[in-house]
Design a protein around this ligand. Sequence first.
Ligand code: COA
Length: 161
Amino acid sequence: MTTAIYPGTFDPITLGHVNIIERGLKIFDRIIVAVASHSGKDPVFTIEERLELIRGAFKNDQRVTAESFDGLLVDFARRKGVKIILRGLRTVADFEYELQMSLANKKMYPEMETLFMMTEGAYSYFSSSLIKEIARLGGCLRGMVPENVEEALKKKFAGGV
Ligand code: COA
């Protein structure tokens, strides 16, 4: 049974992330979506809300689980006994940061490999921040986020923030 960890902030999960997870499941038997509780960002959704949204988006697929982690990703991976990290690359702009992060992770946990997948065209311009801005300004989110996330965003920004 091969398992990969797909880490991120997921504030919130978007269809871009879903696309990487679904394609990742063609390679791995299980994917643990690992939500970083401290990623240097100031999230709109709490850690519990972010986990709930991921679980809701994959409620019919038991191969996908969601967990939060504190501290280093390599320590979480070691605790889970997982040696593969799955990451999506959107554009060339992601490359340098991803290279830096994968090399640093490799230095700390040499047995661990990071596997990169190109984000599919339509999703390559997405980011959770962009989606939150569209939601905040009352724009249409169809085709950008799973239905449960669209509902949660509408609720979060109801009345404008
Ligand atoms: N489709 C659409 N959007 C995507 C995407 C995809 N396939 N992949 C990423 N994005 C978006 C994310 O939503 C995010 O948007 P935002 O910046 O508006 O929030 C943006 O691209 C960046 O995503 P990502 O590169 O995954 O960053 P992240 O903050 O979500 O995750 C961690 C970074 C959590 C994986 C990293 O900081 C980490 O591992 N932290 C733990 C501490 C640690 O070990 N640090 C040392 C690392 S060497």
